[in-house]
Design a protein around this ligand. Structure first.
Ligand code: AMP
Length: 486
């Protein structure tokens, strides 16, 4: 079967950071892929980084310890400490299945990458010829199907790319461990080439299954399956894909689910994907989403109308302590309009949403990461997986559709132990949504005002009944609304 081509929505480049080749997504993707890899550091070339003792105590291989040392990690974060401890047994072999809830920004990517990479390294050391090579006798294909040993699935392309980047950092001292990142919106040919000899594949489900069904990829040798942002993956939107991946990787030895949030119904679904229906699963709960993001200052500003919200945003964006910011919009249209509006007001702002082609999305994220743009105006497509430590502020200009997305959005700031600010603007008619967010996060967001921009109106009288019935529950919104919102 030929791979399906993803629908490509037309998106205009509206910022100089998009560069002269803004419309040529494939060229950009090629440039990114063919960028020279960081040279391997050897004893002769440079002194090896330190091997952090606290990581060594977890039984990790030297190659990984050097990488962790080079990244400047001196101690495992709590989620790493516990997850690695359970994922590997005392002999450093494959341990329990895991279901881990841990706040965004807590270091959970390394928490699943390190044990998986450790086992891959071990397998390689024990049997150097065991590298996944595809079938050399199959002469019909230019490329033999890739046969990865580990698979990480993520709900968004941006998250998959971020995880793959982290994995590449962690294998920089390893020989023979190749990482492939398989996401929609990029050229198929290049991805098939990238898959060759890949031991670890990080993927979004749609493209992964396309490549599997077209014979470019075989999943029956997968030993580890990691589901990142599992709450969204198990949610109805990805249920079919996840069920297919579950079947295709039925020979696996370990399954790990990671998420900031694990609602009880999602936990039940997760158990179905675990070995023996979750009979041996180890649950690790570090900081649930409901616990305070201690390093993120949260404020709520009531506004009388859209114009008032825009004035408040303007006031905030001119604050001297803003390094970089993400402004979340509710819909793609609002996202485009607001980015344009901010550009016209003189801000260095670009939009990012799911209707843009992947090349443009990548370029805009890179521009943010490289500090070429200050403000990213985004839909919830950016609510997960963006890890840019210089994001000092997150603004909720349009509220999220689901209360839990509030947690993911604000987790884009205050990364890696830094301080961050999350500022939410809400109109009076959004009162119910705010109550649902507060109910979900089990904390009140402190209400603040800007002198001269105080709201004139007041709250709508409270309705009776528990919050969450319309907004905060786990039901999917109507598909049409969902499509626009990302
Ligand atoms: P994550 O939750 O995986 O997205 O990680 C959030 C941030 O924490 C990333 O910038 C990581 O590089 C950083 N990080 C992860 N583990 C550690 C560690 N042990 N020490 C310091 N920073 C870390």
């Amino acid at each position: 079967m030929k791979p399906r081509h993803p629908a490509r929505a037309h998106a205009k480049a509206t910022h100089p950071a998009d560069g002269p080749r803004a419309r040529d997504a494939s060229r950009e993707a090629f440039a990114e892929r063919s960028a020279p890899r960081r040279p391997r550091v050897t004893h002769e070339e440079a002194p090896l980084p330190p091997k952090p003792e606290a990581f060594a105590a977890l039984g990790l291989a030297d190659e990984l310890l050097y990488a962790v040392g080079a990244l400047g990690y001196s101690e495992p974060t709590p989620v790493q400490q516990q997850s690695i401890g359970h994922a590997l047994n005392a002999d450093g072999e494959i341990g329990a299945d895991l279901m881990v809830s841990s706040q965004t920004g807590s270091g959970k990517t390394a928490a699943f990458l390190l044990p998986v990479l450790n086992t891959l390294l071990r397998a390689k050391a024990e049997n150097p010829m065991a590298a996944p090579r595809g079938n050399p006798n199959d002469r019909r294909r230019r490329f033999a199907p890739a046969i990865p040993l580990a698979l990480i699935v993520c709900p968004t392309r941006e998250l998959a790319q971020q995880v793959a980047r982290d994995a590449i950092e962690l294998v920089r001292f390893c020989r023979g461990i190749r990482i492939a990142s398989i996401t929609g919106g990029s050229a198929y040919g290049a991805q098939i080439a990238q898959l060759q000899n890949a031991s670890l594949v990080v993927a979004t489900p749609g493209r992964l299954l396309d490549l599997e069904s077209s014979g470019s990829l075989q999943l029956d040798q997968v030993r580890f399956l990691v589901v990142d942002e599992a709450d969204r993956m198990l949610d109805l939107g990805f249920a079919d894909e996840l069920a297919a991946i579950n079947d295709l990787t039925s020979n696996r030895e370990q399954t790990m689910m990671f998420s900031a949030t694990f609602a009880p119904n999602i936990q039940r679904l997760a158990m179905r994907v675990m070995r023996d229906e979750g009979a041996h699963v180890k649950k690790v709960e570090i900081n649930t989403a409901q616990e305070a993001h201690a390093n993120i200052e949260q404020h709520l500003y009531w506004a009388d109308n859209l114009r008032h919200k825009r004035e408040l945003l303007d006031h905030w964006l001119r604050a001297p302590d803003i390094e970089q910011a993400i402004v979340f919009a509710s819909t793609q249209i609002q996202c485009d309009e607001l980015a344009l509006d901010l550009q016209e007001a003189g801000f260095s702002a670009v939009a990012l949403h799911g209707a843009m082609n992947q090349g443009l999305r990548n370029r805009r994220l890179k521009a943010l990461r490289d500090g070429h743009v200050q403000i990213l105006v985004a839909t919830d497509v950016a609510a997960r997986g963006i890890d840019v430590p210089s994001i000092s502020h997150v603004f909720n200009f349009g509220l999220p559709m689901k209360a839990e997305d509030y947690t993911h959005r604000i987790g884009r700031t205050g990364r890696a132990g830094r301080q961050g600010s999350a500022v939410t603007f809400a109109e009076w008619r959004d009162e119910r949504k705010i109550r649902d967010i507060q109910y979900f996060t089990k904390q009140d967001i402190a209400v603040a005002t800007v002198p001269g921009l105080e709201p004139k109106g007041g709250p709508i009288p409270k309705r009776k009944g528990p919050p969450g019935r319309k907004f905060g529950n786990s039901k999917r919104p109507h598909p049409a609304r969902r499509a626009k919102a990302y």
